[in-house]
Design a protein. Structure first.
Length: 223
């Protein structure tokens, strides 16, 4: 099944394709978390929740693999680069106490994936200390064990963790289809630019599509 996409159709191979949902965490999407501490309007990201919810239902119903990622750090912050800790002028930093627990720390409420998109048992959750999901994680091994060569990528934010992950995946030989309506940025111009960069130059980093087209393809493919 070829899914309409930019710069041209994405040939989905359902035996080798996973849905990768990036960092749909309370720390980025709810007030009082890391995103807000950086000075962002978290409301800008919430438009991606509904489309991800619908896509996730269709993807699970089709029986294809789902993986989730979370950005965050060990409670002792031993995996937090000093440069990342120091970056910016935030009044509240990674590891500090906030309304949803310690900011961007594993095990805290803010680090959780939002309830609307909660992982099911059997869906791997990749905890990553960086922006890219391949850096310092077991994602590459998990995908290799499952024979996955294609990724449909959603989540937040488009120009930071989604883009970094797609670039990492592209260099590792994966075909990535990034979904416009299922990704979001605190700055809409950055969202648009990030997606344009992925599909430019004949698909230099991958493809850009929308979730309704993926859902249509899933419903048409034999299961
Ligand atoms: N700040 C921002 O736009 N994003 C991040 O810090 N992490 C992710 O994108 N997940």
């Amino acid at each position: 099944m070829v899914i309409p996409a930019q710069p041209y159709g994405f040939a989905l191979n359902r035996s080798a394709c996973a849905l990768l949902i990036i960092d749909m965490q309370r720390d980025f999407l709810e007030p009082g978390g890391f995103g807000a501490a950086l000075g962002n309007d978290v409301g800008q990201l919430r438009r991606a929740i509904g489309p991800n919810r619908v896509l996730l239902d269709a993807w699970r119903a089709a029986g294809l693999p789902v993986l989730h990622t979370r950005e965050g750090h060990r409670p002792d912050l031993a995996d937090l680069p000093p440069a990342k800790h120091a970056r910016g002028n935030a009044a509240i930093r990674i590891g500090d106490a906030g309304p949803m627990g310690r900011i961007l720390v594993r095990g805290e409420a803010g680090h959780d994936i939002i309830p609307e998109l909660a992982p099911l048992a059997g869906e791997p959750v990749i905890d990553k200390p960086g922006k890219g999901a391949f850096f310092a994680t077991d994602l590459a091994a998990i995908l290799a064990h499952r024979g996955i060569r294609q990724l449909v990528v959603t989540g937040v934010t488009t120009e930071v963790c989604v883009s970094t992950t797609v670039r990492e995946a592209n260099d590792r030989g994966f075909d990535c289809l990034v979904l416009d309506d299922c990704t979001a940025s605190y700055t809409s111009a950055f969202h648009d630019s990030a997606l344009a960069m992925i599909a430019a130059q004949g698909g230099i980093f991958g493809w850009v599509g929308t979730s309704p087209d993926v859902i249509t393809a899933l419903s048409q493919e034999p299961s």
